[in-house]
Design a protein around this ligand. Structure first.
Ligand code: ATP
Ligand code: MG
Length: 597
């Protein structure tokens, strides 16, 4: 390719809305352009790199026995209603209407489509196992698209779906994908590692995410360097001990705490109740039902765990008004001891009656109290009295509170003992580039994907699903590989591997003649080469070539030519002079060694 023939609009400065380095470089290196927030055009070089990532994915999926299909982006809502996700995934669904008024969803993923296909096309155990994959545009109505391709409204995903006869076979299919992902990210030059993950609205019971460590990542991962345990913070647990039981008095005691509305304030003079002896009472609305959550004063509630443990699809903190209807108190003095209005002496009886009525109309009479397991057996605790300006002490959680269920609800923090080996956990930020799920029969039951087994019995296929954010992966490669001058591509995905940079470009000049000759030879050898035939100053050409990040630059100037040499500059290494006649071999050698990127 000749530089002047293609379009590489490099920029000295990134537009101000690009916040992270990979987003800036995608724009500065002329790889993508923004059309609207979260919607991008791939320019020729960006597309070349993207196609290489896709090709690696294709090869590894094929190698793992998956078969490529292409499913429609327009999906009928009926199949989403059948799976229940028309409602549960409603917030990310792009909904469009055709001219007859019929509604369609733009594909954010394709479990429903592939399961419908399997329901129609697969009938016998003899046709299984199958693993279908596609690489296609996906659409998600992200509320906050940001960081360029990282969180876009429209992006390319590789999604795969496995169908098996038994749970055991489904597990084997999962393992195959897990291994394929490990190979894919390694071939893309990415340091990605698998972590245990929450399954979210997709359902299922077993899942890993593939994470690329990066300060700008939107995920947090807890990991143990000693034993290799790693989990998304949304899912991670630790071996932290439960709250120690102590000797306490026979009954709870109410005491005045005027103006105290925080854990911290109660831990100070004159009360001096340490945070770890306080019970924090939170009120949430989970799928429109209120729920009271108890967690230790020094712990943080993990909302993803809350959803996973209660099965709720949407959770949010209750408003002050809702809390008052439920507990007759303002945040700051809340508690789950005595959830009974009789004890709230200073609420006027008509207000009380009004609240009881409101509870009835909301159907909020029965409120579940769930508590974090770390509080199990805890006594000598202090908690709000549902009476503004008062708290209870001497609280024994099991004696004084009617806990409906105990769950692990807290977020682990750095330094806690690893759940597997007790060594201290670390936490770091990361980018989720891939996700594998064991789905079980959730979709095959909802959409009736069955097969006849050896004995003639009809069974539901056991499914798995496996996604890779292809465009996000591309950006993660840049987020991981860059320096102050620009992108540092791994050889495997660089838009071009070699950039030939003649410093004089007149057609009859020695520099240009040699450049054309080497270009032709390398191209004939199957090397991806670009020839910078622009009439620009050397400084501009070198800067652009570093910015775009071609793994090898081959400079041809009059000075070195006079010595019978050209200059070879690996993007990540030192400049070296090579004899003209050895130039092509030297490039091939560098490429074969593979460590130029
Ligand atoms: P996230 O938690 O980042 O929103 P997700 O868990 O909803 O992602 P999945 O449904 O697991 O995403 O999709 C598979 C992969 O698609 C993800 O691992 C991620 O790499 C990619 N992906 C998801 N949403 C986006 C997006 N809005 N823009 C770009 N890539 C995305
Ligand atoms: Mg995910």
């Amino acid at each position: 390719m000749k530089w002047t023939q293609t379009l590489i609009p490099t920029l000295r400065e990134a537009p101000s809305d690009a916040e992270i380095v990979s987003h800036k470089l995608l724009l500065r290196a002329g790889l993508i352009r923004k059309l609207a927030g979260g919607v991008y055009t791939f320019l020729p070089l960006g597309l070349r790199a993207l196609r290489k990532v896709e090709q690696i994915i294709r090869e590894e999926m094929d190698r793992a026995g998956a078969i490529e299909v292409l499913m429609p982006a327009l999906q009928p809502p009926e199949i989403w209603e059948a799976s229940g996700r028309a409602e549960t995934a409603s917030n990310v669904l792009f909904k469009v209407k055709d001219s007859s008024g019929r509604q369609w969803f733009l594909s954010p993923t394709a479990e429903e489509v592939i399961t419908t296909l399997a329901a129609n096309e697969i009938n016998s155990y003899r046709q299984l196992p199958k693993n279908f994959y596609q690489i296609s545009l996906k659409f998600r109505d992200e509320i906050r698209p940001r960081f360029g391709l990282m969180r876009a409204k429209e992006f390319i995903m590789k999604d795969a779906y496995s169908f098996d006869t038994t749970d055991e076979n489904a597990m084997a299919a999962y393992k195959k994908m897990y291994d394929a992902y490990t190979r894919i990210f390694a071939r893309c030059g990415l340091k990605a590692f698998p972590v245990e993950a929450d399954t979210g609205v997709i359902g299922g019971n077993y899942s890993h995410e593939f994470m690329v460590p990066a300060e700008t990542g939107e995920n947090e991962v807890a990991f143990c360097e000693a034993c290799g345990y790693a989990a998304n913070i949304e899912k991670a647990t630790s071996g932290i001990p439960k709250t120690a039981a102590r000797e306490i008095g026979p009954a709870i005691e109410k005491f005045a705490t005027p103006g105290v509305v925080t854990i911290e304030a109660l831990s100070k003079e004159p009360y001096k109740v340490p945070a770890n002896r306080q019970i924090k009472t939170l009120v949430y609305i989970a799928d429109s039902k209120p729920i009271i959550i108890l967690i230790r004063g020094d712990d943080q509630l993990n909302e993803t765990k809350l959803m996973a443990k209660t099965g709720a699809v949407a959770v949010r903190p209750a408003t002050e008004g809702e809390i008052f209807i439920l507990l007759g108190a303002k945040p700051g003095s809340l508690g789950a001891v005595n959830m009974n209005f009789e004890h709230w002496g200073n609420i006027a009886s008509d207000v009380r009656q009004n609240m009881l009525d409101l509870r009835k109309t909301h159907k909020w009479d029965v409120v579940k109290i769930i508590a974090d397991e770390r509080l199990q057996g805890a006594n000598d605790m202090t908690t709000g009295a549902n009476d503004d300006g008062f708290h209870f002490k001497n609280v024994s959680i099991e004696r004084d509170i009617k806990v409906t269920a105990w769950f692990d609800l807290r977020t682990v923090t750095a330094g806690e003992p690893c759940v597997k080996c007790a060594k201290p956990l670390k936490i770091r930020r990361a980018i989720e580039v891939g996700h594998v799920f064991k789905l079980g029969t959730k979709y095959s039951e909802a959409l009736n994907a069955t097969f006849l087994d050896e004995t003639g019995a009809r069974k539901h296929s056991v499914m798995g699903c496996y996604g890779i954010g292809v465009t996000r992966t591309l950006q993660a490669i840049i987020e991981q590989g860059n320096d102050k001058d620009g992108v540092i591509w791994p050889l495997s995905v660089a838009p071009y591997q070699v950039c030939i940079t003649p410093l004089g470009i007149a057609p009859e000049s020695e520099t240009m003649k040699l450049a054309e000759k080497i270009y032709a030879e390398l191209t004939a050898k199957g090397v991806d080469v670009i020839l910078d035939d622009r009439d620009e100053r050397p400084g501009v050409k070198f800067k652009d070539s570093e910015l775009v990040g071609f793994p090898i630059r081959l400079g041809i100037g009059e000075k070195s030519l006079a010595k019978g040499e050209v200059e070879l500059k690996p993007r990540n290494g030192a400049l070296q002079s090579v004899k003209i006649e050895e130039a092509v071999d030297a490039v091939l050698k560098l490429l074969a060694a593979g460590n130029v990127g």
